[in-house]
Design a protein around this ligand. Structure first.
Ligand SMILES: C[S@@+](CC[C@H](N)C(=O)[O-])C[C@H]1O[C@@H](n2cnc3c(N)ncnc32)[C@H](O)[C@@H]1O
Length: 301
C-alpha cells in the first residue's frame, strides 16, 4: 500500500520526516524524493541486513537522510540527539519484511528449516529458543494466549515443559511438528503453528511494547498539521493503534462535571480515515502478506 501511505503522509518539499521501519527502503526512498534536497529523512530499523540493502536504494535518490540502527521505541531520544524535536510526517510499516520470511536462517518461517531465532536485531536479545527454554509454564501459556490468541495455550505450554526435561527445541520444523502433535494441524489454510510462531515473534521482539512506546512518542513529536500513518498486520497491533487514535481524537471530559462540558484534555488528533484501509485484490494477489494489512492515518491538531 505504498501509494495509500504516501497519500496520507502528504510529504511536502523541505519537511522533516521519519520512517520508523526502513526495511529495504521502498517507502523511505519515496519519502526522501518528496522532501527534496532541502528536507530531511530519518529512518529507523533494528535489522542491520535490511539497512545494508536499503542504503544504496536511498543513495540513488539523495543524501539528505540518516539511518538509525535502533528500535523506534527510542524515537524521541534518538531524534533529540540529532537536534530534532518536531517532525512533519511519520510512518510505521510494522512487522516482518520479506527477507525475514524468505531466509530460513532467520527462523521466522515454519515452511523451511532454520534455527529458532526470530530476532529482528540479530546482534542482541533473546531468541525464540531462549524464550521456549527460559520461561515458566504460565509465562509461556500467556505468550501463546495473548500474542497468538491460542485458546489451547495451557495444553501447549505444559507439553513444552515436559519436552524441555529431556531435549532442546533447536529448529523451526522441529517446533512446527511438535505443535502439530500437541494441537493438531489446524484448519485448512491456517496451520496451528501460525499463531504460535506469531506469538513467539511478538515476544522475542517485544513488538507490542515497542509499538506503544514508539507510537506515543511519534504523536508527541508531530508538529501542528503533522501526519502519522500506521500499517499493521495483526489484530493486536491494529487494536492498539485504533484505540490510541480514537482516544486522542476525542476531548477528555471531566466525569465529575454534571453538564459534561469541562474538558480535561482537548483532542489533539484528527482521524484521516474512519475505517482502516485494506489492500486491493490485485495487491493481495501480488503479495499475500498484504491480505492482513490495515492502514490507519491521523493528523495532529
Ligand atoms: C514491513 S517491514 C518495512 C518495509 C519497508 N516499508 C519497505 O518499504 O521496505 C518492517 C521493518 O521494520 C523493522 N522493525 C520491526 N520492529 C522494529 C522496531 N521496533 N524498531 C525499528 N525497526 C523495526 C523490521 O526489521 C523490518 O525491516
Amino acid at each position: 500500500m505504498l501509494r495509500e501511505c504516501l497519500d496520507y503522509l502528504d510529504v511536502k518539499e523541505g519537511e522533516i520526516v521519519v520512517d520508523c521501519t526502513l526495511g529495504l527502503g521502498g517507502h523511505s526512498s519515496e519519502m526522501l524524493r518528496l522532501v527534496g534536497p532541502k528536507g530531511k529523512l530519518f529512518s529507523f530499523d533494528l535489522d542491520e541486513r535490511n539497512i545494508a540493502v536499503a542504503i544504496p536504494n536511498l543513495d540513488a535518490v539523495g543524501n539528505n537522510y540518516k539511518v538509525i540502527h535502533d528500535s523506534f521505541s527510542s524515537l524521541k531520544n534518538r531524534l533529540k540527539r540529532e537536534g530534532v524535536s518536531r517532525v512533519d510526517a511519520i510512518l510505521f510499516d510494522l512487522g516482518l519484511s520479506s527477507p525475514h520470511i524468505d531466509d530460513a536462517a532467520r527462523g521466522f518461517s515454519f515452511q523451511k528449516d532454520g534455527p529458532l531465532d526470530m530476532r529482528f536485531d540479530a546482534t542482541q536479545g533473546e531468541t525464540a529458543a531462549d524464550i521456549l527454554h527460559g520461561r515458566t509454564e504460565s509465562e509461556l501459556a500467556d505468550i501463546f494466549y495473548y500474542f497468538g490468541e491460542e485458546r489451547r495455550s495451557r495444553r501447549l505450554a505444559k507439553a513444552i515443559i515436559e519436552f524441555r526435561k529431556k531435549a532442546r527445541f533447536e529448529s523451526t520444523l522441529q517446533l512446527r511438528d511438535f505443535i502439530t502433535e500437541v494441537l493438531g494441524k489446524g484448519k485448512p489454510g491456517k496451520h496451528s503453528a501460525t499463531c504460535i510462531f506469531q506469538a513467539l515473534r511478538i515476544a522475542v521482539n517485544k513488538e507490542l511494547e515497542a509499538l506503544e512506546l514508539g507510537l506515543n512518542q511519534a504523536l508527541e513529536l508531530l508538529a501542528h498539521d503533522g501526519r502519522v500513518v500506521v500499517l499493521s498486520y495483526h489484530s493486536l497491533e491494529d487494536r492498539f493503534v485504533k484505540q490510541t487514535f480514537k482516544q486522542l481524537a476525542t476531548d477528555l471530559r471531566d466525569p465529575n462535571d454534571p453538564f459534561g462540558r469541562r474538558v480535561l484534555r482537548p483532542k489533539s488528533l484528527s482521524l484521516l480515515n474512519k475505517k482502516p484501509i485494506t489492500a486491493s485484490p490485485e495487491e493481495i494477489a501480488d503479495n499475500s502478506r498484504a491480505r492482513s494489512a490495515k492502514l490507519r492515518a491521523a493528523k495532529k491538531l
